[in-house]
Design a protein around this ligand. Structure first.
Ligand code: TYD
Length: 218
């Protein structure tokens, strides 16, 4: 049986990564082989592109170059990791996927919806996630989390508050336009409450999972 492809999306500092790890562990514990991955990245080639696109100054890449780098990385990721895994029956959870390109490059960087959609269609065709969990969070709170995380800031973490507000609105609009696929969760809540919302979204989409994922997600 074909595996499922699930993406986690949202702005910076929303706690996606921790929750993606928890969900992958819960699925694996339930006997569903699950692979966790991320974008940009996930394969050797795509991780090399990640280094190029996330380091350096804000001005290093134009919006369109950034979009093309993201899609170059994405194609490698889909061809070498995501599609083969799904074909083997493995479930794949990706920390970000194409909705990030629409939100960041399309809206926040101002390339526009049409340009991102045409690149998407040319590179991905109809391929995409079966389910997307969107982490919605107040950007002021989110940036506080990013600052206290103590990691190196990426080119995107250092953008202005306007950029992050635009991103939040962009993701909300993308969710409205894809209501069948995207489930929005409130990421301001504490970790366990966020995990519960994710498990609820999962069992709505996959009723067979009800009772199998465990209430703590891990
Ligand atoms: P990362 O450190 O993984 O951020 P986060 O923890 O917030 O997911 O860096 C990924 C960055 O790349 C993030 O700022 C969003 C950005 N990005 C895009 O701009 N376009 C894309 O298509 C993708 C996948 C990510």
């Amino acid at each position: 049986m074909r595996g499922q492809f699930i993406s986690f999306e949202g702005g910076e500092g929303a706690g996606k990564t921790t929750q993606a790890e928890r969900l992958a562990a819960a699925l694996n514990n339930a006997g569903i082989e699950t692979q966790l991955t991320r974008e940009p990245g996930g394969t050797f080639g795509a991780e090399a592109i990640r280094d190029l696109v996330l380091s350096g100054t804000k001005e290093r890449w134009s919006g369109l170059t950034e979009l093309l780098l993201m899609y170059a990385a994405r194609l490698d990721h889909v061809e070498k990791l995501i599609r083969p895994a799904i074909d083997r029956g493995v479930w794949v959870i990706s920390d970000r996927f194409a909705d990030s390109s629409m939100a960041y490059q399309g809206y926040a960087r101002g390339l526009g919806k049409d340009q991102v959609e045409s690149v998407h269609k040319a590179v991905m065709g109809d391929f995409g996630p079966d389910l997307t969990i969107l982490f919605d969070m107040d950007p002021v709170m989110a940036m506080k989390r990013v600052e206290t995380r103590g990691e190196d800031l990426s080119r995107f973490d250092t953008e202005s508050m306007d950029f992050h507000n635009t991103l939040r609105e962009a993701f909300a609009e993308i969710a409205d336009n894809n209501a069948e696929r995207i489930r929005v969760i409130n990421a301001d809540a504490d970790r366990d409450a966020v995990a519960t919302q994710i498990l609820f979204a999962m069992t709505q989409k996959y009723p067979d999972l009800a009772g199998r994922l465990g209430s703590d997600g891990g």
